[in-house]
Design a protein around this ligand. Structure first.
Ligand code: FAS
Ligand code: PHB
Length: 394
């Protein structure tokens, strides 16, 4: 079989890239090792930057996020038992973020791909990448007991942090990593969100908390937990009680509780692989980087990688220009590192660190008190939170 671009991974990166390339008339195939239902079953991101929403429209799948996404003009910070708004819309000249679950975004892209009759091989096992340092790369995979080979012009490694793409080039990659000494216990519950028009980030001596949502009837909450904590140790009652203790009394009194429909603990890390291009192989999304979710950057950073990569590939096929593919890695890494820095800063500001002692908590509270009372400091948070423009610093 032959195609122009072979995409590894049917997560948001791979699906969005596939859709943008298809819209530009570029053939592509996606190889995914799991089933579609398994991919949809992963509960992950929830906040989209405007540039990500714009990309969904460019890909022809923006109608549902417009209809069902919840636009936020502000976020709120809780510290010392009080809640403070950060009016991101006003501080950034009108930019906003939209609450819309990664599951729904993935579903929209999967449905559009299927409607267009584009080839996606689910349960593709043992994917291997070949000859990507030549002009004739190949991808192999196993399915139904058969080994298949795809000849292509380019390979897009969109296969996430544990994928085969970065593993294939591990001897050519420099890795930068920071693992945080805690995790996030997250729950989904079909109850109305306590703060439907602002994500609430909480700093408390008991640890970080986050009040978010997936719709006006489905809430998403998180509390910081020790790295060795176990989901089994957290009954619903214990979770709701702990969440209430970490926010201000007014918000605590308004939290609508109910049975959780998903409960999981995720570790937090900052990770970047350099470079992200190896001849005709490109890494995009979590295959190349991971951020702690405190800044709501993971999915949005994946989308911006795809913006740069799709533009470069379209330029190559339409105008025979190679500048985009030659500069892809340097350009996305400049953006990735700024998102890594912001995510690290938000994480450092909002979480309880085991080794920082009481002074650590007081220093965080001082920074938060300065931040909510300084237009300059709030603007810095706001412009990073809504997402820097694609051409920032260029
Ligand atoms: P993904 O990991 O989503 O997709 C990669 C795909 O490749 C998967 O479907 C995988 O099955 C497939 N694959 C892997 N190896 C393969 C192989 N060898 N062959 C074929 N296919 C292969 N981001 C936020 O912004 N906010 C959050 O709150 C947030 N929470 C998260 C919670 C968790 C537990 C995790 C793991 C991530 C979270 N993220 C969050 C980040 C997350 O949203 C990612 O940024 C996003 O999924 C990135 O999308 P992809 O790059 O497509 O990678
Ligand atoms: C979520 O809704 O899952 C979410 C929101 C904001 C974050 C992280 C996760 O910073």
């Amino acid at each position: 079989m032959r195609t122009q671009v072979a995409i590894i991974g049917a997560g948001p990166s791979g699906l969005l890239l596939g859709q943008l390339l298809h819209k530009a008339g570029i053939d592509n195939i996606i190889l995914e090792r799991q089933t579609g239902d398994y991919v949809l079953g992963r509960i992950r991101a929830g906040i989209l930057e405007q540039t990500t929403v714009d990309l969904l429209h460019e890909a022809g799948v923006g109608h549902r996020v417009d209809a069902e996404g919840i636009v936020h003009h502000a976020i709120e910070l809780v510290f010392e038992g009080k809640r403070h708004p950060i009016h991101v819309h006003d501080l950034t000249g009108g930019k906003v973020v939209t609450a819309y679950g990664q599951t729904e975004l993935t579903r929209d892209l999967m449905e559009a791909r299927e409607a267009a009759g584009l080839p996606t091989v689910y349960e593709a096992a043992n994917v291997t990448l070949h000859d990507f340092d030549s002009q004739s790369p190949r991808v192999r995979y196993e399915k139904d007991g058969q080994t298949h080979e795809i000849a292509c012009d380019f390979i897009a490694g969109c296969d996430g942090f544990h994928g085969v793409s970065r593993e294939t080039v591990k001897d050519k990659v420099t890795e930068y990593e920071k693992v945080y000494p805690f995790g996030w216990l997250g729950v989904l519950a079909d109850v109305p969100p306590v703060s439907p028009h602002a994500i609430v980030y909480g700093n408390s001596a008991r640890g970080f908390s986050l009040c978010s949502m997936r719709s006006l009837t489905r809430s998403r909450y998180y509390v910081q937990v020790p790295l060795d904590d176990k989901v089994e140790a957290w009954s619903d009652e214990r979770f709701w009680d702990e969440l209430r203790r970490r926010v201000d009394p007014d918000l605590a009194a308004r939290i609508v509780t109910g049975p959780t429909i998903e409960k999981s603990i995720a570790p937090l890390r900052s990770f970047v692989a350099e470079p992200l291009r190896f001849g005709r192989l490109f890494l995009a999304g979590d295959a190349g980087h991971i951020v702690p979710p405190t800044g709501a950057k993971g999915l949005n950073l994946a989308a911006s990688d795809v913006k740069f990569l799709s533009t470069a590939l379209i330029e190559f096929y339409k105008d025979k220009i190679e500048a985009g593919i030659d500069t892809y890695s340097d350009r996305v890494l400049k953006r990735i590192w700024k998102a890594e820095r912001f995510s690290w800063w938000m994480t450092s500001l909002m979480h309880r660190f085991p080794d920082s002692g009481e002074i650590g908590q007081r220093l965080q509270e001082a920074e938060l008190d300065y931040l909510v009372n300084s237009v300059a400091a709030s603007t810095t948070l706001a412009e990073n939170y809504v997402g820097l423009p694609f051409d920032f610093g260029e």
